[in-house]
Design a protein around this ligand. Structure first.
Ligand code: NAP
Length: 245
């Protein structure tokens, strides 16, 4: 893409973990960055505190905010749907219903509504437009006691496929990709390793990945995601992995 100081990035879940590292690196490149999370620790970018388990007002606000920019203001505008919640890893019937609802709303409803608001508000913009959903290998490979997460990520993958088809029909259509970021040393991995092994048969695999040093730091993983995002062929494959050649 072009001069980073003319780029706009909206990053959900920018308060910690992978999203924080992505937003920080993008802001350091000189880009305009807006982070969306429930918490807003001090950062070099603008942040809105919001609960993406209630995504409708956030999507409306985003559309209004984007609508205030001139259509030629940015040479690239990118929405990164990174925020996700992990329901307690246990069989579906044992998970709290409110937690299930929040998990699916943060992980799937929010990306869907934010994408719609972003694509609508930037439709007439002249710069490149990209939508990046942060997916997971578990969207492509099922795992017991991870049903909500598997469903959310498989949903993002298929949403990306449909969005890519739609946008290909539009003048200056957005490039869309649902990208697995690898395994990253964040709170989410701590939650997986700390789960009750009685309800989560694969827990030890996550413990072993940590002890054998197979996790990327958030900063390393963010570098890989940003490198993928800025590839000339971004969106050619709407479902991808940072490890793809
Ligand atoms: N870690 C891995 O190994 C791994 C592997 C594959 C894919 N991923 C994916 O990578 C992405 C980032 O994961 P991570 O490991 O960095 O997770 P994380 O450390 O748990 O961070 C999650 C982020 O999402 C935000 N978030 C959660 N619930 C929210 C809500 N209700 N409203 C607004 N924001 C909310 C959190 O912010 P607040 O708490 O401030 O709201 C936080 O910034 C996720 O999509 C995850 O599925 C991670």
């Amino acid at each position: 893409m072009t001069d980073p100081t003319c780029h706009l990035y909206i990053v959900t879940g920018a308060s910690r973990g992978l999203g924080r590292a992505i937003a920080t690196q993008l802001a350091a490149s000189g880009a305009t960055v807006l982070g969306l999370s429930r918490q807003a620790p001090p950062a070099e970018f603008e942040q809105w505190t919001c609960n993406l388990a209630d995504p409708l007002p956030v999507a409306v606000r985003l559309g209004v905010w984007l609508g205030a920019f001139e259509p030629g203001r940015f040479s690239a505008a990118v929405l990164i749907n990174n925020a996700a919640m992990l329901a307690d890893p246990r069989p579906l019937a044992d998970v709290d219903l409110e937690e299930l609802s929040a998990t699916t709303r943060v992980g799937l409803e929010a990306p869907l509504l934010l994408s719609a608001a972003f694509l609508r508000a930037t439709r007439g913009w002249t710069g490149q437009r990209r939508v990046l959903h942060i997916s997971s290998g578990l969207g492509r490979r099922a795992m017991a006691s991870q049903g909500p997460y598997c469903a959310v990520k498989a949903g993002l993958d298929h949403l990306a496929r449909a969005q890519a088809l739609e946008e290909a029909q539009q003048p200056n259509g957005a490039k869309v990709c649902s990208l697995a970021p690898g395994v990253v040393d964040t709170d989410m991995q701590i939650q997986l390793r700390g789960a009750d092994p009685q309800g989560f048969p694969d827990r030890d695999a996550f413990v072993q990945m940590k002890t054998s040093g197979r996790l990327d730091s958030p900063s390393t993983a963010a570098g890989k995601v940003i490198a993928y995002l800025t590839r000339a062929d971004f969106g050619a494959n709407p479902v991808a992995d940072v490890r793809d050649p």
